[in-house]
Write a protein that binds this ligand. Structure first.
Ligand SMILES: Cc1cc2nc3c(=O)[nH]c(=O)nc-3n(C[C@H](O)[C@H](O)[C@H](O)COP(=O)(O)O)c2cc1C
Length: 308
C-alpha cells in the first residue's frame, strides 16, 4: 500500500530528531591530487564521437563447469575486512564500496513544498523491477540537515529521475554543491527544464532518458546509529509514472534506448567515472535449449533421472 507523504514526513521527522546537529561532517573527502588541473592538462581530450564497438565475449568457447575465463586470480589470497573494526573510519568503507561497486548516476529533480526547484545527483541508484517500474535511491546520512532532494521527496512525494549521459556530467557534478536549502541548482548548472506530465517537478531537457516518479516509501536506514547519536542514511523507493526518451534514441517499437545516443556514465571510485563504449553480447541460456545442445556440456551437472 502506498504511504501518504504525510505519514512519510512523520517517519522521517522521527528519524531526524535523533540526527546529530554538529555542522562538522565526518565525510570530508581529501583531494586525491595536489594539483588536479595539472594532471588533467596532461591527459588526452575527451572524444565524444568515438563509436560504440562490439567485441566477442571474454571466452566464446566457455563450457559448463569451466568457471572463470581467467584463473590466475585463484593463486592470490584475499584480505578480510571487518567494516565495523575498531578505528576503521566510515570514510574507508565509503571509498572501498564506491570503488568496488560501479553505479549508474541519477540526476534527480524535485520541488520543495513551497515551490523551490532542486537538482542533485545520486549514484546509490538502481531500477529494481519493471512491473511496476520501481527505482531506489540511497541518501547518505549527514549531520545537521537532510539532503534537499530527500526532504522534497518526503514533503511532496514526487520527483523526476534522469539517467546521466556523458554530455551532462559537468553540469550534473556542479549540482552536487551543497547550496543552502531553498536555493535552486537549475540556474548554476545551466540545464534546461521541460514540463512533466504526472509530477510538478520539471525534467531535464538535455537528458536522453528521464523517469517521472512518485515516492512509495522512504525507509530510514537506522540500524542502531540513532542510539549512538550518529547520522544514518535513507532509502527512497520510487514508482515510475512516466518515461521520457529522446526521439533519436528510442527504437521503433518504443522498447529500447540506443546506447550510442544514451551514452550512460557509471560512477567508479573516488572522482573517477567510466564510459560504456565497448560492449559484447551474451545470450541468456534457457534450460531446454542448453539440454538440447549436447555440446553445451550441461547435462553432466544435472540429475535428470531423479526429475523424470
Ligand atoms: C556523481 C555523484 C553521485 C552522488 N551520489 C550520491 C548518493 O548516491 N547519495 C548521496 O547521499 N549523495 C550523493 N552525492 C552527493 C549529493 O549529490 C550531494 O550531497 C548534494 O549536495 C545533494 O543535494 P541536495 O541537498 O540538493 O539534495 C553524489 C554526488 C555526485 C557528484
Amino acid at each position: 500500500m502506498r504511504k501518504s507523504p504525510k505519514s512519510l514526513i512523520k517517519q522521517t521527522n522521527h528519524g531526524s530528531q535523533t540526527r546529530t546537529t554538529s555542522t562538522k561532517s565526518p565525510f570530508e573527502l581529501k583531494p586525491k591530487y595536489a594539483n588536479f588541473k595539472k594532471v588533467q592538462a596532461s591527459r588526452p581530450g575527451f572524444n565524444s564521437t568515438l563509436p560504440i564497438t562490439y567485441t566477442k565475449n571474454p571466452d566464446p568457447d566457455w563450457k559448463y563447469g569451466k568457471g572463470s575465463s581467467d584463473t590466475s586470480g585463484l593463486e592470490k589470497g584475499h584480505i578480510e575486512i571487518d567494516p565495523y573494526e575498531d578505528g576503521r573510519p566510515m570514510i574507508s568503507n565509503y571509498k572501498l564500496l564506491v570503488s568496488g561497486v560501479p553505479r549508474p548516476i541519477s540526476f534527480v529533480s524535485t520541488i520543495s513544498k513551497d515551490g523551490t526547484r532542486n537538482l542533485a545527483p545520486f549514484s546509490y541508484f538502481q531500477v529494481v523491477d519493471h512491473d511496476p517500474p520501481i527505482f531506489v535511491i540511497g541518501f547518505s546520512g549527514r549531520a545537521g540537515r537532510l539532503k534537499d532532494t530527500m526532504r522534497n521527496l518526503v514533503e511532496t512525494g514526487e520527483c523526476v529521475i534522469s539517467v546521466v549521459s556523458e554530455h551532462m556530467i559537468e553540469a550534473v557534478n556542479a549540482t552536487s554543491l551543497d547550496v543552502p536549502y531553498g536555493q535552486s541548482e537549475w540556474e548554476l548548472s545551466g540545464m534546461h527544464p521541460a514540463p512533466s506530465s504526472t509530477v510538478k517537478a520539471e525534467r531535464v531537457k538535455e537528458a536522453v532518458f528521464s523517469v517521472e516518479g512518485k515516492l512509495l516509501e522512504m525507509k530510514d536506514l537506522d540500524y542502531g546509529h540513532a542510539k549512538l547519536g550518529k547520522p544514518f542514511g535513507s532509502l527512497a523507493i520510487i514508482q515510475a509514472t512516466r518515461f521520457w526518451v529522446r526521439e533519436d534514441a528510442l527504437g521503433e517499437k518504443g522498447e529500447e534506448i540506443d546506447l550510442s545516443v544514451m551514452r550512460p556514465l557509471v560512477q567508479l571510485g573516488g572522482i573517477q567515472y567510466g564510459r560504456v563504449r565497448e560492449t559484447f553480447e551474451l545470450p541468456r541460456p534457457s534450460l531446454a535449449m542448453e539440454l538440447a545442445e549436447k555440446s553445451s556440456g550441461l547435462e553432466v551437472f544435472l540429475d535428470l533421472e531423479e526429475k523424470k
